[in-house]
Design a binder for this molecule. Structure first.
Ligand code: DX5
Ligand code: ZN
Length: 222
């Protein structure tokens, strides 16, 4: 059965000096989730925002905050983000030595547990943790920056992940992040994704509501 399309604009492309209004604008513009990109200057070169900013935006939306931890040692951040009001906490497979333990820890705090894969990391690396995964996040760019081009080789990975989740009887969300826009979202949805992160394709447009509606309409048709 096809799952509901979820549009998750990434505030990475928002105006950080006006974040409360920027979050309210996508909320009122019809987004489903708020995607929150955390970067530590180590797992990826840039440094972005942390749990204190998550806590600050929590007052501006009741929609799920989808925290994407692009950090080394993510286990040191999880409790802080849980307290800051995150709903979904996603760690990178590449950053976790004890991935199963980390995912179980997220769940033990009453949060949804996500696992993310860089473009070069095979889907098979998460096969044996699916019992404690609520969300799989496939990167379709190398993480670190908004506004990059979708890597088309990832489309096959989306199909592979979809097949793996279905075979395991998992109802985890399949989220895709990077270069998702009106030109690429049909390909992403057609391959079996149900959650679509869009940074520049929402915040780079003058009318956020129209951008969200357009992405949703194309994904629903695919
Ligand atoms: C990239 C981040 C993405 C980013 C996507 O490392 O994880 O969430 O904001 O930006 P766009 O949609 O512009 O590719
Ligand atoms: Zn992200």
């Amino acid at each position: 059965m096809k799952k509901q399309v979820i549009i998750a604009p990434s505030i990475l492309s928002a105006d950080f000096a006006d974040l409360g209004n920027e979050v309210r604008a996508i909320d009122e513009g019809g987004c489903d989730w708020v995607h929150f990109d955390v970067m530590d200057g180590s797992f990826v070169p840039p440094i972005t925002i942390g749990d204190n900013v998550c806590k600050a935006i929590r007052r501006h939306t009741e929609k799920p905050i989808d925290v994407h931890l692009m950090v080394n040692h993510p286990e040191t951040q999880i409790e802080a983000f849980a307290k800051a009001g995150a709903d979904i906490i996603t760690v990178h497979q590449e950053a976790c030595v004890h991935l199963e333990r980390t995912l179980q820890f997220i769940r033990s705090l009453g949060k949804k547990a996500g696992v993310s894969l860089n473009p070069a990391t095979p889907v098979s690396t998460i096969q044996h943790v699916l019992h404690c995964v609520d969300l799989v996040l496939l990167m379709s760019v190398n993480p670190g920056y908004g506004g990059q081009k979708y890597i088309h080789a990832v489309t096959d990975k989306i199909r592979e992940a979809r097949a793996m989740l279905d075979a395991a009887g998992s109802d985890a969300w399949l989220e895709v992040d990077g270069g998702v826009n009106a030109e690429t979202i049909a390909e992403v949805a057609g391959a079996g994704a149900d959650v679509f992160v869009a940074g520049s394709a929402v915040y780079g447009k003058p009318d956020y509501a129209a951008a969200i509606a357009e992405l949703r309409a194309i994904a629903e048709r695919a």
